[in-house]
Write a protein that binds this ligand. Structure first.
Ligand SMILES: [Zn+2]
Ligand SMILES: [Zn+2]
Length: 388
């Protein structure tokens, strides 16, 4: 199913500022939130769609990537088969989590009352490790073949001595004395506009509702410490810059034994020495002598699979493009692969000796060496050979 443009989803224009994005999303989220539309599948779809758009556009780097590459840049159209966390599978849980993160917490937002969250501890004691994002640089050759990469990822791992509980041996948890276990504090402030009720996360237990009597010395009660591990990533052939894979639970572990975050591996293409990628085709600009152009012949050209021989037909023009079938990048989600397009550039020598000059002057007398009158269709044909 094709996706709607994120700006269109939120009903904002492409230059919209952060505030506009947030308020547009807030309106839609309030309208379509599952709590207000129980059992309404269409509302749920709208809620997810709006949240996904918001998640991308509120993040400047994701937004830039989206502006530049559209949905393709977000990994869409690439990863159904092997990455579980692509935005294609952005599920209701992710959407609700994103919404609660930005609008559900303290701050006395209208949602506290709307969704009965005020002062309660329902659903928002978030105990999930942070997602981590790494870049994986790939050469065009690696992209063409697919590659397995082992990378070292620095992350927060479970603290060994306490097993992730954050407790010193023999210690236990007790209810937070400040919030009495709620994880939140309600404050009433008087302003000239009237009374404002504010709900904030408890700063003593940091929203957990419980505190540790005697914290583990190694992790200071966090339950996690700095560490790293090696991750093996199977990169399928045909990925592009901006595509990503999600490794579930590969991110930071959560404080006190919660759910780990995910590791998001974003692919980045390293520029090739000779070849330029265009979708799944690769383009090579290759100089040939005008003798080869006129008489035809064979030239050796670089390809993603090493050197290959290319037959140049006689009478080839400078700028003409020859297609080497199947020498491009494999398609990511279907069979087959792109081609290599070789744009011939007829090279004209700039240094000539007397003998060369004499030969050329002789050739110039021949009618065959008179170029045709300038006409558009001649150049049109050349452009068509490149497919532009
Ligand atoms: Zn507390
Ligand atoms: Zn510990």
């Amino acid at each position: 199913m094709s996706k709607r443009d994120y700006y269109e989803v939120l009903g904002i224009d492409r230059g919209a500022g952060e505030g506009e994005i947030k308020s547009a999303y807030r309106k839609l989220a309030m309208k379509y939130h599952p709590d207000r539309n129980p059992g309404d599948v269409e509302a749920e779809r709208c809620f997810k769609e709006a949240t996904e758009a918001y998640e991308i556009l509120k993040d400047p780097s994701k937004r830039q990537q989206y502006d530049q590459f559209g949905h393709a840049g977000m990994g869409q159209g690439g990863f159904g088969g092997f990455g579980d966390g692509g935005f294609e599978q952005f599920d209701l849980g992710d959407a609700l989590r994103a919404f609660m993160r930005d609008f559900g917490g303290g701050g006395g937002s209208v949602f506290d009352d709307l969704f009965g969250m005020g002062g309660g501890r329902s659903g928002q004691r978030r105990n999930r490790g942070e997602d981590l994002r790494i870049r994986i640089k790939l050469t065009l050759e690696e992209i063409a073949e697919g590659v397995e990469k082992t990378v070292k990822v620095k992350r927060l791992v479970t603290c060994d001595p306490c097993g992730g509980s954050g407790l010193a041996a023999g210690s236990s948890r007790k209810t937070c004395h400040q919030c009495k276990g709620a994880g939140q504090i309600r404050r009433v402030t008087r302003t000239f506009l009237g009374t404002v009720q504010q709900v904030t996360t408890c700063d003593i237990c940091r929203g957990q509702g419980e505190i540790i009597a005697e914290p583990c010395k190694t992790c200071r009660g966090e339950g996690r410490v700095r560490g790293s591990n090696e991750v093996n990533i199977k990169v399928p052939a045909g990925v592009a810059s901006g595509n990503y894979m999600t490794i579930e639970n590969g991110g930071n572990v959560a404080p006190s034994n919660g759910e780990s975050g995910d590791l998001i591996c974003v692919f980045e293409e390293i520029e090739h020495e000779h070849l330029t990628r265009r979708a799944d085709d690769v383009i090579l600009e290759h100089p040939i002598s005008f003798v080869t152009a006129a008489l035809g012949g064979e030239v050796e050209v670089p390809t993603l699979q090493g050197k290959a021989v290319l037959k140049v037909p006689h009478g080839s023009q400078s700028g003409q493009v020859l297609r080497m079938k199947g020498k491009g990048i494999p398609h990511l989600q279907r069979n087959g692969r792109g081609d290599q397009l070789v744009k011939l550039i007829v090279w004209v020598p700039s240094k000539l000796n007397a003998h060369d000059k004499a030969l050329l002057q002789e050739l110039e007398k021949s009618d065959s060496f008179v170029p045709p009158a300038s006409n558009k269709s001649f150049f049109q044909k050349l452009r068509e050979s490149l497919g532009v």
